[in-house]
Unconditional design. Structure first.
Length: 167
């Protein structure tokens, strides 16, 4: 059976939990159901929740998502941002090359297959005549990656309207 996306009172994704834990939160009155899975029913014709929202706001300390190779590749959906290929070995490309003052920042790094990275070389995408499929951005949280995996698997399409930035 399924997993449940837990949203804060402000509709911000908090975590992914089991349907049992979600049901307990709802029975205690701490959460409400926003989306249900019509193909699975619990006892007494109760539908299995897929998205719940907490009734009271939970303060979560802010932790910045580290800029790592794994996180960059995950953000860019394991795809070259120049040619769109999925099955190539990916490298990290600086949109504005480091030799020209480009920094290691979310907005300046992207994934590129080795062929595209060599073609671009020490130039900007405009100078190389290459266009980015998606402008690099800083992800909100690691939670977005987990939810994105579930959305892309096709199991939880209804989550996409609650996870901002992943369409």
């Amino acid at each position: 059976m399924g997993q449940v996306l837990v949203l804060n009172a402000s509709y911000e994704p908090l975590n992914i939990t089991t349907w049992r834990r979600a049901t307990v939160l709802m029975l205690k009155g701490k959460a409400e159901t926003l989306e249900e899975d019509s193909s699975h029913k619990l006892r007494h014709d109760t539908l299995l929740p897929t998205v719940i929202r907490l009734r009271h706001f939970v303060r979560v300390p802010y932790r910045e998502l580290p800029l790592t190779r794994k996180n960059i590749i995950q953000r860019d959906n394991n795809c070259c941002q120049y040619c769109g290929s999925f099955n190539e070995k990916l490298s990290i490309d600086h949109v504005l090359p480091r030799s020209r003052g480009g920094r290691d920042e979310w907005s300046n790094v992207t994934t590129a297959c080795l062929t595209c990275n060599v073609m671009k070389g020490n130039r900007t995408p405009q100078e190389a005549g290459m266009t980015l499929k998606k402008i690099p951005f800083k992800p909100l949280s690691n939670m977005s990656f987990e939810a994105k995996k579930q959305i892309n698997s096709g199991r939880y399409k209804e989550w996409s309207k609650y996870v901002i930035g992943w369409s």
